[in-house]
Design a protein around this ligand. Structure first.
Ligand SMILES: *Cc1c(COP(=O)(O)O)cnc(C)c1O
Length: 430
């Protein structure tokens, strides 16, 4: 591959390349990355930025990690891909074993997918087909909570927040699902049962047609960066059991330590019937996700009408992705990540607190290695994005939210650069 001059690169990017949640041709600022190392992104312009985003929760051990590179290279020398229908291989089997061992005990079976959205689609299909296998063919709807985010494909989108997700645009193609009020009691708040009343009322009335409830436990990510009370998740588990509805937990953002627990559902001491993981699974190396379930659910499939689970992506169980994921999880288990996360949490709490005094700021909240500054008004990305870059920091705010979830390997002085940049940029934009 030849290297294009930067002007030409940016002109071609604007002309041909569609970016996430962007217009075409692009309107917002875009920065070209030449390489990345540890917590740094190296731009084509020569600037070096401390990464505050972990490339959307994924790159937990930093970029260009020698162990992940080595795992990929070793696997590439054997095979980078082979179909998964009727074939299996060391990386997929060993990764499945590792996932089963790391996740709550009832989860025993792993379905590999290529992205988080697909892991959610798979979870939803699994729930519907489970009830079908048991002769309950009317249970095909889903219950979720407002301010959720579960991905951009149709079934996943149907359980995303209807306002953020602009459901009205897609209303003739999108299945209408049940939305409970978003939990209001914060992570450390005192629990009251009234917080889950709307969730319970929907279950009471419609449980006969609901296959599963789907939630992001404790931390709602892209739908609002909200942290809510673990007892809500515990009560949701009890109510699902009481009303004969499965519980799907979407830990695509929260999984693998980000909140201070390996999985956020451990704050509530419960386990789901179906669990989705993704994002940090390969340490940001490449796309891979998985949907895990229990034997109680999986064993119904052989008896069902189809006799099998009706899903199977072309690149399912990609050996390269599985080998890297296995190495990434082995790496995660090799050090005291929880102490590191709580150190990041303490520093974020300390250093983001002054933002509370800025006129633009409505709320500051921190949980694990996630720091959120919520504003009164939406940020103008065209203005603030270059300001963050000028501060030597990579952050990507959305709406009224400026937030950071740095790689776990971030050093205190690098994290300080991130928190100072947030303070500086928000002071410039009152
Ligand atoms: C990012 C995300 C998804 C979607 O994952 P993709 O890999 O982008 O398809 C689903 N659920 C949650 C909670 C996420 O954060």
């Amino acid at each position: 591959m030849d290297t294009l001059p930067i002007d030409q690169l940016m002109a071609l990017d604007r002309r041909h390349v569609w970016h996430p949640y962007a217009a075409m041709p692009g309107t917002g600022p875009v920065f070209a990355v030449k390489s990345a190392q540890g917590v740094y992104l190296e731009l084509e312009t020569g600037d070096r930025l401390v990464d505050g985003m972990s490339s959307w929760w994924a790159c937990i051990h930093g970029y260009n990690h020698p162990r992940l590179n080595q795992a990929a290279q070793a696997q590439m020398g054997r095979m980078s891909h082979v179909m998964f229908g009727g074939l299996t291989h060391q990386p997929a089997v060993q990764l499945a074993q590792k996932l089963v061992q790391m996740t709550p005990a009832p989860l025993q079976h792993v379905f590999f997918c290529d992205s988080g959205s697909v892991a959610v689609e798979v979870a939803m299909k699994m729930a519907i087909q489970y009830w079908y296998n048991r002769g309950e063919t009317q249970k095909q709807h889903f219950l979720t909570i407002r301010h959720g985010y579960h991905g951009d494909t149709f079934a996943a989108m149907a359980v995303c927040d209807p306002v953020n997700g602009m459901h009205h645009l897609f209303r003739h193609s999108l299945v209408e699902q049940y939305f409970a009020d978003a939990p209001q009691i914060p992570f450390e708040g005192v629990w009251e049962d009234g917080d889950i009343a709307s969730f319970e009322a929907i279950l009471e009335r419609y449980h006969g047609e609901i296959a599963a409830a789907i939630l992001e436990p404790v931390v709602q990510g892209a739908g609002g960066m909200r942290f809510y009370s673990p007892p809500y998740v515990r009560r949701a588990r009890e109510l699902c059991d009481e009303y004969g509805v499965l519980l799907i937990l979407d830990e695509i953002a929260t999984g693998f330590g980000r909140t201070g627990k390996l999985f956020a559902c451990q704050y509530a001491d419960i386990s789901p019937d179906i669990l989705c993981v993704g994002k940090a699974l390969t340490g940001g190396f490449m796309s891979l996700a998985a949907t895990l379930t229990t034997t109680h659910i999986s064993e119904t499939f052989a008896q069902g009408e189809a006799g099998v689970f009706m899903h199977g992506p072309t690149f399912m169980g990609n050996p390269l992705a599985c080998a890297v994921a296995l190495e990434n999880l082995t790496l995660l288990e090799s050090y005291d990540w929880a102490t590191k996360i709580f150190a990041i949490e303490a520093q974020l709490k300390r250093e983001l607190a002054p933002c509370r005094d800025l006129p633009a700021v409505k709320d500051v909240r921190v949980l694990g290695a996630i720091g959120v500054v919520e504003l009164h008004e939406p940020v103008d990305l065209a203005v603030v994005q270059p300001q963050f870059v000028a501060q030597g920091v990579w952050l990507r705010p959305f709406g009224r939210l400026v937030y950071t979830m740095p790689p776990y390997i971030v050093e205190p002085e690098q994290l300080k650069q991130i928190t100072q940049a947030i303070y500086e940029v928000l002071s410039l934009n009152p």
